[in-house]
Write a new protein. Structure first.
Lengths: 144, 144
DNA sequence: CCGCAGTTGACAATGGTTTTCATATGAGTT
DNA sequence: AACTCATATGAAAACCATTGTCAACTGCGG
């Protein structure tokens, strides 16, 4: 039910889909260019500016597919916007700047343990959790 | 321009606003009736069914006001919908059952400290964080 | 009883995201 | 190269929760 292991996607480390088209490669490239969480609209605008014309619909579809495949991370800003980012593998959380989207991947083993223990203590099973930290980074704080 | 501190709102434990109107009381009552997170539209529909006619706009406004005042908790479902719930005072997180919505309020002072410290260590200011734990409660686990 | 700030609500407008559907494209086949 | 057809694309329309608008209403203070 999940994809078969493909160790030779053709150069990229990310499985794009059945057909690695120009558009999909462009979206993946755009994600690779920045280490910031960006919205679909952001990416669409960036691509257009760069001359890579990709339809907004396609950007949305591609991002969704990548997220479903676990190749990129999604999270929702406090405004309810979905933002995407290419992340390292494995479980981690994010420290995100509200101003520019600058993101630091963080780990908190103690939190994981605590969350799981607490849930079990209340009789909950199949425990998952979400944890994101938002703030204003040093740079953004200065040019308020 | 904003509300003055009033320690005696007039009987309710929740400060509704400058004027405790029929509509606001109705919304507060609806929240008091259930201990699960519900959307504004849900509440609006429930009120209408009960005969308490309150405009959708007013429901939204009231919920937002209550949330701003810290009298109720808001969180966003994975679909991006805002849901509200009457909670105890103070900062806390939620342990929510995926099956029935059963919610347990939890506290994790250590997590708060850790989150703030970590953010500051990376030069972030005005730190906020979101943390929710999802799982399957004992009851739901049995009748899978 | 008057007046005005606070409230209300029908309706329009927003805006991110998804759907629709006609057209295009690419990988395999003949 | 020509053919096929599932897959992919994208412009435009649909969605839909939420917010803005603004005229009408309400209730307490004076």
């Amino acid at each position: 039910m999940d994809k078969q292991p493909d160790s030779d996607a053709g150069g990229g480390s990310v499985t794009i889909g059945a057909r690695p088209t120009r558009q999909r490669k462009a979206v993946v490239a755009a994600l690779g260019d920045s280490d910031v969480f960006r919205s679909a609209q952001d990416i669409h605008a960036a691509l257009r500016e760069r001359g890579d014309d990709v339809g907004l619909t396609t950007v949305y579809r591609t991002l969704q597919a990548l997220a479903d495949g676990g190749d990129i991370d999604v999270l929702r800003t406090p405004d309810g916007e979905s933002v995407y980012r290419q992340c390292s593998n494995g479980h981690h959380h994010h420290l995100v700047c509200r101003g520019c989207g600058l993101t630091v991947e963080i780990e908190g083993p103690a939190v994981e343990t605590w969350a799981t223990k607490t849930a079990h203590a209340h009789g909950f099973a199949e425990v998952e959790h979400t944890l994101e930290i938002f703030g204003t980074c040093h740079t953004c704080a200065q040019r308020h």
